[in-house]
Design a protein around this ligand. Structure first.
Ligand SMILES: NC(=O)c1ccc[n+]([C@@H]2O[C@H](COP(=O)([O-])OP(=O)(O)OC[C@H]3O[C@@H](n4cnc5c(N)ncnc54)[C@H](O)[C@@H]3O)[C@@H](O)[C@H]2O)c1
Length: 317
C-alpha cells in the first residue's frame, strides 16, 4: 500500500509509520514540525514538510491507498485558552486535507480521535454508543471531524475509521514519547524520577475513585499502531467505523506511580495540587467493538510493561 501518514514526526504517528514500513508499505510522512521532530520520522519514509491543510501540497503528492491522520494540536488546556487555533488547525485543516484526498481518489481515511469526545462519564467502561459531550475545544475538534467523516462516508466520498484512543503510553526504543511541552503522566513521572524535573504534580486526590486520584486507561503505543493497520484493512468491509482503543482496565495515578517505583526502583517525588477543571474522574474504554470489528486486543501485558518500555526509551533522550 501507499499510505500518507500525517503527524509522522509525532509520538503515535512515527510509531505507526514505522510499523507500516516494517510491513512493506510505502509511507509518505507529512508534518509541519510545529510540535514533532524531524529525527522522529522513520528514515525509510518519504518526508514532506508542510501543513495538512495545504491543498496544493497534498494534491501534488498523488493518490494514496489510505491516509492515517494523526496531525493535530493535542493539549486540552491550551485549547481552553485559544480555541480558535485548535478549530483552525484540527478541524479546518483536516477538511482541507480531506478535500485534496477525495480529489486524488484516496479511498480510506483513518482518523486519530480521542476519548475526550465523551467528556465526563460516570459509568465505566465507556462504549461507543455513549452520548458524546466534550469538555474542551480539543475534544470538540475531534467530534466535529468525526461527524464530517460520517457524512462523507454516507455520501460515498471516502471511507473512514475514527479511532478514539484513551491514554497512549509506553514507547518503542526508536520513537520515545517526546511531546514539547510534555503533558502526559508517565513521561512526566519518569522525568521526575531521573531528576529532569523537581517533582510530579498530582492534580486532585478527592475524586470518587478507589484512591481519590484520576483513573485512566493506558494503552501501549505499539498496540495503537497495530490497530491502525487493522483499521485500514477493515475499511475494505466497512464504510464508516467509530471505535474505542483502550485496554478495558483503568489505573489510578497512584497505581501508575507504584508501577514506576517497581520498574525503576525509585520513588517519584510528587506535589499534591487541586483538581484541574475539566479532568474527568475516570475514563476506561470498553474494547468489545474494536475487538469485534478489528480483531484487535492489546498485546501488551499491562501497566508494568508500558512503564518499562517508556523507561527504556526515555533513557535514550
Ligand atoms: N497522546 C495521546 O494520549 C492521545 C490520546 C488521544 C488522541 N490522540 C491523538 O493522536 C494524534 C497523535 O498524538 P501524538 O501524541 O502523537 O501527538 P504529537 O504532538 O506527538 O504529534 C502530532 C504531530 O502533528 C504535527 N502537526 C500538528 N498540526 C499539523 C498540521 N496542521 N499540519 C502538519 N502537521 C501537523 C505536529 O508537528 C506533530 O508532529 C493526535 O491527533 C491526538 O489528538 C493522542
Amino acid at each position: 500500500m501507499r499510505v500518507l501518514v500525517t503527524g509522522a514526526a509525532g509520538f503515535i504517528g512515527s510509531t505507526t509509520a514505522e510499523l507500516l514500513l516494517d510491513l512493506g508499505d510505502e509511507v509518505v510522512a507529512l508534518d509541519n514540525l510545529v510540535r514533532g521532530r524531524r529525527d522522529n520520522v522513520p528514515a525509510r519514509a518519504v518526508f514532506v514538510e508542510g501543513d495538512v491543510g495545504d491543498v496544493d501540497l497534498v494534491s501534488s503528492l498523488g493518490a494514496f491507498d489510505a491516509c492515517v491522520h494523526f496531525a493535530a494540536r493535542i493539549e486540552p488546556a491550551d485549547s481552553m485558552r485559544e480555541p480558535e487555533t485548535f478549530f483552525a488547525n484540527n478541524v479546518a485543516q483536516s477538511f482541507s486535507l480531506l478535500e485534496a484526498l477525495v480529489r486524488s481518489g484516496t479511498p480510506k481515511f483513518v482518523f486519530s480521535s480521542s476519548c475526550a469526545v465523551y467528556g465526563n462519564q460516570v459509568e465505566m467502561p465507556i462504549d461507543e454508543s455513549r452520548a458524546t459531550s466534550p469538555h474542551s475545544p480539543y475534544g470538540e475538534t475531534k467530534l466535529m471531524v468525526e461527524q464530517g467523516l460520517r457524512w462523507m462516508a454516507q455520501r460515498g466520498r471516502i471511507r473512514s475509521a475514527s479511532l478514539r484512543y484513551f491514554n497512549a503510553a509506553g514507547s518503542t526504543l526508536a520513537h520515545p514519547e517526546r511531546h514539547d511541552p510534555e503533558i502526559h503522566l508517565i513521561p512526566l513521572a519518569l522525568d521526575a524520577v531521573r531528576g529532569r524535573r523537581e517533582f510530579l504534580s498530582v492534580y486532585g486526590t478527592d475524586y470518587p475513585t478507589r484512591d481519590g486520584t484520576c483513573v485512566r486507561d493506558y494503552v501501549h503505543v505499539s498496540d495503537l499502531a497495530d490497530a491502525h493497520v487493522r483499521a485500514i484493512h477493515a475499511l475494505d468491509h466497512h464504510d464508516s467505523l467509530t471505535l474505542n482503543l483502550g485496554t478495558g482496565t483503568g489505573s489510578s495515578i497512584f497505581e501508575v506511580l507504584d508501577s514506576v517505583r517497581r520498574v525503576t526502583g525509585r520513588e517519584v517525588p510528587i506535589r499534591l495540587e487541586d483538581r484541574r477543571p475539566g479532568d474527568p474522574a475516570e475514563a476506561v474504554a470498553s474494547q468489545l467493538l474494536s475487538r469485534e470489528r478489528l480483531g484487535w486486543t492489546p498485546r501488551s501485558s499491562g501497566l508494568d510493561e508500558i512503564v518499562a518500555d517508556a523507561w527504556s526509551a526515555r533513557q535514550t533522550l
